[in-house]
Design a protein around this ligand. Structure first.
Ligand code: AMP
Length: 135
């Protein structure tokens, strides 16, 4: 038995604002609401993060995330959606239970700042691609 906050929500020990539930997956509002409608999608079984979750569970979670993103657009008037999952502390993971953030976006001044700097200068891209090849 795990004692992370999402396992406690799944067991009903902590309340949540539920958006979706089936046998395998729960989705609920993030308590912090980076933007209006910010939702978390989690598997009911415990896995630490995206990198350790079995493929079929990840697919179920992503399917729900996609449907919630669609509703954020149609019902909340969002103009876009960011899908985000943090793996390990270095990437900002604070709750060690796999979860996907589904964050509706309204404009450039809403609550989320994502910056992707171009840091490619001096990098050996062919060598990096070779290291990363998975086929
Ligand atoms: P991460 O930093 O990717 O691990 O995200 C964890 C998220 O869980 C944060 O955005 C928190 O606001 C959210 N969170 C923590 N506790 C709760 C809770 N009791 N109910 C809903 N969301 C929570």
């Amino acid at each position: 038995m795990h004692d992370d906050v999402f396992c406690k929500i799944i067991r009903g020990e902590i309340p949540c604002y539920k958006v979706f539930e089936d046998q395998d997956v729960l989705a609920f509002l993030d308590i912090s609401q980076v933007t209006k409608g910010h939702t978390l999608v989690v598997p009911k079984d415990h896995y630490d993060n995206f990198l350790s979750v079995p493929q079929e569970v990840m697919h179920k979670v992503m399917d729900v995330a996609q449907r919630i993103g669609q509703v954020q657009i149609s019902m909340l008037g969002a103009k876009g959606v960011n899908i985000l999952t943090n793996c390990y502390e270095a990437a900002g993971q604070s709750v060690k239970h796999f979860h996907v953030h589904v964050i509706p976006r309204y404009d450039n001044e809403d609550g989320l700042r994502l910056e992707m700097k171009d840091s490619s200068e001096g990098l050996n891209l062919p060598a990096i691609a070779k290291d990363l090849r998975i086929d």
